[in-house]
Design a binder for this molecule. Structure first.
Ligand code: TXA
Ligand code: MG
Length: 318
């Protein structure tokens, strides 16, 4: 469904209008000092699902949660001394910390891709900060480009890639850093997960210790890792049109009236993506010693990301 993308100035009126759109579950491109982000309210499953739809992302990889200050960050993630040291040295700024997710965080599980960690950052850009204040909540935001394309550093780049797919873009001028934030994993020994706006040497100086070079942050879901992290206890069968007696059937679309649960009774892929992680948990609770059977999901648009996730949930366990 194409939407008309509003172009908003980075004035207090423009920012207020952007916050209204975000509160209503809309998508807004906004400037940060690194690149433009594609923002959605990180607590709103449906809004976060639409990020993946708008970008055409084939996988639900985890997103960075942007917050205005450390106190807010601490309501979502657990900070150890090393995390506090890096936050004090580099926030606000182009640094993202991957930290243990708090149980009471209240973020959409789509933001963390069902992981028990969350990537969090306090941006320095005045417009991003004003938008976070106006929203009064956490903004999930990947770079505001179609999947696999170049990250945008100007509002017109965002429009070129995403006009008609997002509600608005706020024009805060060109980004000063121009590369994405550095990502440091601190859920174990400090690891550099993605090089970016803060150099490794500066991080090591602040930590007083060398950083291990971690895996590719673009692939935290390297085979097995994410799957085993989020696999339900019950076995999972896919593309099921006739479930077995001991299976909890999770339907999709109007052809599964007998299903115990449904990802979307109307066959709406955005609704299905928004419901996916919740339904995996509920089906797991209901399944007991039995199994879970998912109805077929079309392999188009967001359906590709849903099916990717389901194949991981159904994969043989390590
Ligand atoms: O500069 C930036 O970081 C920009 C601006 C908009 O803030 N955002 C950005 O987001 O680059 P994105 O979605 O393009 O990259 C997020 C990266 C991905 O590589 C993702 O795998 C990683 O963060 N990530 C997010 N949560 C993670 C987690 N819990 N564990 C490991 N990696 C994570
Ligand atoms: Mg990106």
């Amino acid at each position: 469904m194409p939407v008309k993308t509003q172009y908003l100035d980075a004035t207090s009126d423009g920012i207020a209008a952007a916050a209204v759109i975000l509160r209503a579950g809309g998508l807004v491109g906004f400037p940060t000092e690194t690149v433009y982000g594609l923002g959605a309210d990180a607590r709103n499953d449906h809004a976060v699902a639409r990020i993946f739809e708008a970008k055409g992302r084939p996988h639900f990889n985890p997103l960075i949660v942007h917050v205005p200050d450390l106190a807010t960050a601490q309501t979502y993630a657990v900070f150890n001394d090393q995390a506090l040291a890096l936050a004090a040295a580099f926030w606000p700024g182009p640094l993202t910390l991957v930290l243990p997710l708090r149980g009471d965080a209240g973020l959409s599980p789509l933001v963390t891709a069902g992981l028990e960690t969350v990537a969090i950052r306090i941006p320095a850009h005045a417009t991003a900060r004003a938008l976070l204040q106006a929203l009064g909540g956490p903004l999930a935001a990947p770079s505001a480009n179609p999947s696999g394309r170049i990250s945008p550093t100007r509002a017109d780049h965002v429009l070129t890639g995403l006009a008609g797919r997002i509600e608005a873009v706020v024009d805060g001028g060109p980004c000063s850093v121009g590369v994405e934030s550095t990502i440091v994993g601190l859920d174990g020994p400090p690891q550099l997960l993605r090089p970016g706006g803060i150099p490794q040497e500066a991080l090591e100086a602040a930590l007083g210790a060398p950083l291990a070079i971690g895996g590719d942050a673009n692939k935290p879901n390297a085979p097995g890792q994410l799957a085993s992290h989020y696999a339900p206890n019950a076995r999972v069968r896919l593309n099921v049109t006739i479930p077995h007696a001991d299976e909890v059937w999770v339907g999709y679309g109007p052809d599964c009236p007998a299903a115990a649960l449904t990802l979307s009774a109307t066959g709406d892929l955005v609704q299905a993506a928004a419901a996916l992680f919740h339904m995996l948990r509920r089906a797991d609770d209901l399944a007991g010693q039995g199994a879970i059977a998912f109805a077929p999901i079309p392999e188009t648009g967001l359906g590709r990301a849903i099916n990717d996730r389901l194949r991981r949930a159904a994969a043989p366990r390590p």
